[in-house]
Write a protein of this length. Structure first.
Length: 246
């Protein structure tokens, strides 16, 4: 019995000694942990400071390098501007070419609309000439041919009216000044009644299609008064002078 009590007493004393020992070592452990945390924090601050110093060392402006980069940027900008200008000029030329092509097509269409019937007109002109020639040589006093003459006259009138609807105009320059753009002179004869360079007779009428000459009028042109004949105005003046003297 005494042995068990002794053992228990010893165990209690050992446990109490361990507890005291743990209490004695716990502050040291906490101090070590605090010191470790402080060291880690100091290391972090030192690393941050080192990075900041490195960044300050890296941000160093070199004037020569900046000028070189500036010149490079200017060259790139000038090249881009030149390319843009060239492409704009190409676009303008392409647009102008399209506009010119459009105008040419419109002009071709308008010309075809105005003068597409020129071949038909050239084929019909001899028909009109034949009908008008028949009227010239017809005898209006012949009662038997009177109805025929009227029928031919109506046919010519109707045909010319329909041709006029397509832009056809007859050219009959009798007594008018000679125009080489519309007339074709086959001869020149002196005339005391018709001024020089004026049409005396129309041998064949001309025709225009929307202002374009399809066939010029064949005419005889006056070359002026015959040689040796005095103008009418001078003759009248001379007669008046003689009457006054009388």
């Amino acid at each position: 019995m005494q042995t068990e009590e002794t053992q228990m007493q010893q165990a209690f004393e050992e446990a109490q000694a361990k507890a005291q020992q743990q209490e004695a070592t716990q502050p040291q452990t906490q101090d070590a942990e605090v010191q470790a945390q402080e060291q880690a924090q100091a290391s972090d601050e030192q690393a941050v400071q080192t990075d900041a110093n490195n960044e300050e060392q890296e941000i160093v402006f070199d004037p020569k390098q900046i000028i070189a980069e500036n010149e490079q940027l200017k060259a790139s900008l000038a090249q881009a501007q030149a390319q843009a200008k060239a492409e704009k000029e190409q676009l303008v030329r392409a647009f102008a070419e399209c506009e010119n092509q459009k105008k040419r097509i419109e002009a071709d269409v308008e010309r075809e609309r105005k003068f597409g019937n020129e071949k038909i007109l050239k084929a019909l002109i001899p028909v009109v000439d034949s009908l008008e020639l028949a009227l010239v040589h017809a005898d209006p006093n012949n009662e038997a041919a009177k109805s025929t003459i009227e029928g031919v006259q109506n046919t010519v009138t109707l045909l010319l009216k329909e041709l006029k609807g397509f832009g056809v105009e007859a050219v009959d320059p009798t007594g008018k000044a000679f125009d080489p753009n519309l007339h074709q002179a086959i001869s020149m004869v002196p005339s005391a009644e018709v001024e020089a360079n004026c049409v005396i007779t129309v041998m064949q009428k001309g025709y225009t299609l929307n202002g374009r000459v399809v066939r010029p009028a064949m005419v005889i042109v006056s070359s002026g008064a015959p040689a040796g004949s005095a103008p009418k105005a001078e003759t009248s003046s001379e007669e008046n002078r003689i009457n006054i003297e009388a």
